[in-house]
Design a protein around this ligand. Structure first.
Ligand code: GDD
Ligand code: MN
Length: 368
């Protein structure tokens, strides 16, 4: 599977090297080129090469994206052992036989051409690109143990993705397969990632943001409850800062009575929490006019719970433990930290099952 967009100068060498590498190892190869109507005429060249080699060309109407191109290649390919690679000669075709062999011998069902295992490397990358690549790899740490999950060079058995719903939103179809695919073992083959021979990279800044979103979704796929709770708690933390800022400003600058200021701070911070949780944590499209009051009500209950816990700790627990007056304020903070933690879980559960209950049952599995 070779997705192409404006890769005309690289295509002939690539196809000939793939064929040479496979032929010399007795591998019967069909090359599937998925071209998005490249303005430079890559598609026509691919057709031309098809008269010389076993090449299947899929022409799509326009630049529809790398991931969907690969997925279309999967659909149209005749074989059951699939290999994906870039067209720009960054990925050495000479490594294909080693990758194929690992699958054929049964030692793995997925094989990644890896820059970050022993023997692998990157040629001529400027410092910033190394940094970005490392950062991106780090973000995927909790998703797979593969050292180079960002690689666009990988091989797999078709069965790995049979019946698996792949989300083409992400640019990283390889990572998507590593997380959602059905396989027992995965191996990495070291590669030297060469600078693209000709043409320009198609990766822009928006790709980074999409990548972060993609990773978040994959974490959610693996551990939906944990991922949502972390988002919920994170938003709650920001909400607390907003609460304090509004409280301070109202009292110090607008001379509002501190209790009214506290109510105002609560409503503003909680509205902020609602908006972010609805959009990000629960990805909800439900009815705001129902959800918003529900969310506020949960928060008010949470506040009550907070006071009850605090009162119990301060008035019952602290005297029972014989804590002295002079250390009481420290324990008050400690007590509040515990209370906030418990309340956050209460609020999270209540919002998950009540406010956003429909959204949860729609797209998630039970808790793990
Ligand atoms: N059909 C199609 N449609 N092909 C596309 C599109 C598209 O919208 N966008 C990119 N391609 C093709 C390119 O022509 C090339 O063959 C391949 O996808 C990779 O695109 P590059 O522009 O060369 O990406 P890169 O070098 O920045 O990124 C590569 O290396 C990364 C590792 O650092 C890719 O392999 C990434 O997947 C990989 O993570
Ligand atoms: Mn490239």
């Amino acid at each position: 599977m070779i997705p192409t967009y404006n890769e005309k100068p690289n295509l002939r060498e690539l196809i000939s090297r793939i064929n040479e590498a496979c032929r010399s190892h007795g591998i019967d190869v069909e090359i599937v080129i998925v071209d998005d109507n490249s303005p430079d005429g890559t598609g026509a060249l691919a057709e031309e090469l098809g008269r010389e080699y076993d090449v299947k060309v899929i022409h799509r109407a326009g630049k529809l994206g790398l991931s969907t191109a690969v997925m279309e290649g999967f659909e149209k390919a005749s074989g059951d052992l699939l290999v994906v690679m870039d067209a720009d000669l960054s990925h050495p075709p000479e490594k294909i036989p080693a990758m194929v062999e690992k699958i054929r011998s049964g030692s793995a069902q997925v094989v990644v051409g890896s820059r970050y295992v022993k023997g692998g490397s990157v040629e001529n990358w400027p410092f910033y690109r190394r940094l970005v690549s490392k950062g991106a790899t780090l973000l995927a740490r909790g998703l797979t143990k593969v050292k180079d999950p960002m690689s666009g060079f990988f091989a797999l058995e078709r069965a790995v993705i049979d019946g698996v719903e792949l989300n083409p939103v992400g640019y990283k179809i390889g990572l998507e397969i590593l997380v959602k695919g059905k396989y027992e073992s995965v191996e990495e083959v070291p590669i030297t990632f060469a600078d693209r021979k000709a043409g320009k990279s198609k990766l822009g800044a928006s790709v980074y943001l999409k990548y972060i979103d993609h990773c978040t979704r994959l974490y959610e796929h693996n551990r939906p409850w944990l991922a949502r709770y972390i988002k919920f708690a994170f938003i709650g933390g920001i909400g607390t800062l907003i609460n304090l800022a509004v409280l301070w400003t109202s009292v110090e600058i607008f001379f509002v009575h501190y209790l009214w200021a506290a109510v105002l701070a609560f409503v503003i911070a909680d509205t902020n929490n609602f908006i972010w949780n609805r959009w990000w944590t629960f990805r909800s499209k439900g009815k705001v006019h129902l959800q918003y009051p529900q969310f506020l009500l949960v928060s008010v209950d949470g506040l009550m719970l907070n006071l009850i816990i605090l009162k119990t700790i301060v008035e019952d627990l602290m005297p029972a433990l014989g804590i002295q007056e002079d250390r009481a304020s420290m324990f008050l903070v400690f007590a509040q930290i515990i209370a906030i933690f418990i309340v956050s879980i209460f609020n999270f559960i209540a919002n998950s099952f009540w406010t956003f209950g429909k959204d949860i049952s729609r797209d998630s599995r039970p808790p793990e």
